[in-house]
Design a protein around this ligand. Structure first.
Ligand code: 3Y8
Ligand code: NAP
Length: 251
């Protein structure tokens, strides 16, 4: 289950190894980048839908390489793999840690991130995508720079916005220029980890700007691996479905 830089790198390794695998997207974006594996796009239909899919397709191993904020998917995967008796591992990057020169405020939720912002007059780089923007309608007197993958189809829930349409991964020089061009005073970010979304943090450090960083949501405990090599080793050695079919398959 993909949607991250790590998942994309794993897809290359799986294809090169000739393993029978399928790459899964939720279908959040209009034109997701294709991968060197057969693609499936769209939800499974909750825990039972995923468990049914795993059985029907004869999946023996699930690698949950979704984003650390895709907590519902990860939670469903734990339950569905237990139900279908299919091996599961998470594949995710470590959270970012503040370094020298970082002006970070750690918060535990979107609501706390809103609270941490000034009531008015701030120019906020709200680089958290599209799905959680309405939480910030509580502080409409700030100006928000939004970065979205696709042009918004519905009116945005915030009155004062600038919109940048872009799909990462991003680079620090580009984010620094963007933030300077918009006179940004604050950055709001999820603690996504990884390299694809880190550019804005590097740019904020260079510009001496405060960052409000949102901690990851909790997901149920499961085996979590941190590299393509570890996942490939797990796939080679972890027992898959209890009645493993000869054609091992992973998703
Ligand atoms: C549909 C697939 C790859 C994976 C690339 C990574 C890096 C670039 C940085 C900013 C932060 C944000 C957002 C972000 C990044 C990678 C990775 C990552 C953050 C694509 C993709 C899908 C999505 C879904 C999308 C969310 C949104 C979040 C934008 C493809 C490009 C903000 C997360 O419009 C929407 O509804 C967008 C929804 C979920 C978060 C949100 O709540 O809005 N990702 N992003 C996946 C699917 O359908 O299953 O379109 O090609 C993948 C990537 N986005 O190798 O190509 O590894 O994280 N994605 C965040 O970190 O806060 C942007 O702007 O600085
Ligand atoms: P989420 O809230 O955890 O999941 C909501 C529902 O979306 C899931 O229950 C499932 O639907 C479906 N879903 C999620 N990921 C899926 C996948 N890879 N394949 C098939 N169905 C999936 O998910 P999200 O946070 O919206 O993330 C959606 C996608 O965007 C994921 O691929 C994730 O890796 C990627 N992404 C998310 C973020 C982020 O900030 N949240 C950042 C970067 C990339 P059913 O219940 O119907 O099965």
């Amino acid at each position: 289950m993909g949607g991250t830089t790590e998942a994309s790198r794993l897809a290359v390794a799986l294809a090169e190894a000739g393993l029978d695998a399928v790459f899964s997207y939720a279908g959040r974006t209009a034109h997701p980048v294709s991968r060197p594996l057969p693609l499936r796009v769209g939800g499974f239909g909750g825990v039972n839908g995923l468990a049914g899919y795993l059985r029907k397709e004869g999946i023996t191993h699930v690698v949950d390489a979704t984003h650390p904020f895709a907590a519902q998917m990860s939670t469903n995967a734990v339950a569905a793999c237990a139900q279908a008796r299919v091996a599961l591992c998470g594949f995710e990057r470590a959270p970012w840690q503040a370094g020298a020169g970082d002006l970070w405020t750690h918060v535990g939720s979107l609501e706390a991130a809103v609270e941490a912002l000034p009531d008015l007059g701030a120019r906020v780089f709200l680089a958290i995508g599209k799905q959680n923007l309405s939480a910030f309608a509580g502080k409409p007197a700030n100006h928000y720079l939004l970065r979205l993958v696709d042009p918004p189809e519905a009116p945005l829930p915030l009155p004062n916005t600038s919109v940048e349409i872009a799909r990462g991964p991003f680079v620090a020089a580009g984010d620094r220029a963007l933030m300077q061009a918009h006179g940004i005073t604050h950055v709001v970010s999820k603690n996504a980890g990884g390299s694809g979304a880190e550019a804005k943090l590097q740019a904020a450090r260079d510009l001496g700007l405060p960052v409000i960083i949102i901690a990851r949501p909790k997901v149920p405990p499961r085996l979590v691996l941190g590299s393509v090599a570890e996942v490939m080793d797990w796939l080679a050695n972890a027992a898959g479905h209890e009645e493993t079919s000869p054609a091992d398959r992973g998703v």
